[in-house]
Design a protein around this ligand. Structure first.
Ligand code: IFM
Length: 440
């Protein structure tokens, strides 16, 4: 079925294979059982913000279908499941009182995974900031870092010994830049200075959370998940080369340098000028503390052009339904470059996958393009390991078709098809391919 002949036995014996999701994208359950509003709830209240005018109030209704979904995950034969905790479900305002009903849900999730022999990889923040904190300045306010560390420590106190991994943030670049500079994601703000202050606070909150969790004696591996891609100049003009270098600074080095070298990249700071974030004494040392792992979310490569009119030549079956070029070699290249430029902890491919225009025919989805995408990127991961990068796991994004943020339900990333009218789940061919690859 796949044009790539990669086999699981090409990987180290303890390599982890999983699927990934996030709270807001699948849980639904509205404001039930005391869940507080999030910035994404508020953002969706303006239908113009979302391609299909939808919201996350029902999503995949995972909140009510937990047992069935756990069985589905187990049926794939994966050893690990990556999910995120909705902060506002367990602490509705993001500060103050805890919500036991919210913790109960994650209790059942984590126990249900253990009963099925699946390790839990928990992410603390996948973008659904409690709206009450946004009303107090959100990630632009330094106080939010302290609130996040308190929340993180409480989740770790309750679940730390039962999960195999805790990631603080998922893709801080998205929260800062798409949420606060371009404004196409919640909370929908357009202010570059704020966006970079937010990025600093996300990194600081990550660091405070790691410090607090470790100080409490929790030995669970701790890390952070970054979206990354290799960025090439669109042409060999000096202007495009300079732009690609700066864009690499904004997307890759702005996060990697502070986390693994203890400072922000000088070229991006120079570009920002007065918009550079306010950094207090001690922040950088804290952000640069050692981590147990880093997660890499890889989907595509990017090109940078100094000209606003340049368009990628990739088209047709070279691109996914997001318009993202399918370029598995970029993953090998990215991993090798990170390995060369930084002293990395263990690396996990925490997200990789693709949206395609799936068609449900007679209850089946023949998504050979997704199979080729996944097998190509699994091969690319194998190539990076062969080149010496310490990659320990790979997670398909995503288990289910789900709420794809500003694209609503219009883009389907799942290896399991979801009929959003009936909530029926159906394994796509890609899920069956993954099952057989894993030997389930
Ligand atoms: O759906 C998202 C996910 O929430 C974060 N990483 C990228 C995915 C696809 O856009």
């Amino acid at each position: 079925m796949s044009t790539h002949s990669i086999e699981k036995k090409a990987f180290p014996a303890h390599f982890e294979w999983g699927v990934a999701t996030s709270s807001f994208q699948i849980e639904g359950g509205g404001y039930e059982d005391g869940r507080g509003a999030t910035v994404w709830d508020r953002f969706c209240e303006n239908p113009a913000n979302i391609l299909d005018g939808s919201n996350g109030l029902v999503a995949c209704d995972h909140y009510h279908r937990l047992e069935q979904d756990l069985d589905l995950i187990a049926s794939l034969g994966v050893g690990v499941y990556r999910f995120s905790v909705a902060w506002s479900r367990v602490q509705p305002l993001g500060y103050g009182a805890w919500n036991e009903a919210g913790f109960d849900f994650y209790e059942r999730l984590i126990d249900g995974l253990a009963q099925r022999g699946i390790k839990a990889y928990l992410t603390l923040f996948h973008w659904d900031l409690p709206q009450a904190l946004e009303d107090r300045g959100g990630w632009g306010a330094r106080d939010t870092c302290e609130h996040f560390a308190t929340y993180a420590a409480e989740v770790a106190r309750r679940f730390g010994d039962r999960v195999a991994s805790i990631a603080t943030h998922n893709e801080p670049w998205v929260v800062s830049i798409l949420g606060h500079e371009s404004g196409i994601f919640a909370p929908g703000l357009k202010n570059r200075k704020l966006a970079y202050q937010v990025s600093h606070h996300l990194l600081l909150s990550h660091a405070l959370a790691v410090q607090r969790i470790r100080a409490a004696g929790c030995k669970t591996p701790l890390g952070i998940v970054l979206n990354q891609s290799p960025i090439y100049p669109a042409t060999d003009s000096p202007e495009d080369i300079a732009k690609a270098r700066l864009d690499d600074g904004v997307v890759v080095r702005w996060y990697m340098d502070p986390l693994f070298k203890g400072h922000y990249p000088a070229d991006v700071l120079a570009m920002l000028g007065d918009d550079a974030p306010r950094v207090e004494g001690g922040d950088m040392a804290l952000i640069g503390q050692a981590l147990d792992f880093m997660g890499v979310n890889y989907y595509t490569r990017n090109f940078s052009s100094a000209s606003a009119n340049w368009e990628s030549p990739a088209s047709g079956d070279q691109v996914t339904d997001m318009g993202w070029e399918i370029y598995p070699a970029g993953l090998t290249e990215l991993l090798c470059r990170l390995h060369r430029d930084y002293t990395l902890p263990a690396v996990y491919i925490t997200e990789n996958g693709a949206a395609f225009k799936d068609e449900l025919v007679d209850g089946k989805v023949h998504d050979s393009a997704r199979i080729n995408y996944l097998s190509g990127h699994i091969q690319a991961t194998c190539d990076a390991i062969a080149a010496g990068v310490d990659v320990r796991g790979y997670f398909v994004w995503s288990l289910l078709d789900n709420f794809e943020w500003a694209s609503g339900y219009a883009k389907r990333f799942g290896i399991v098809h979801v009929d959003f009218a009936t909530q029926e789940r159906r394994l796509k061919d890609s899920a069956r391919w993954y099952q057989s690859f894993l030997g389930a």
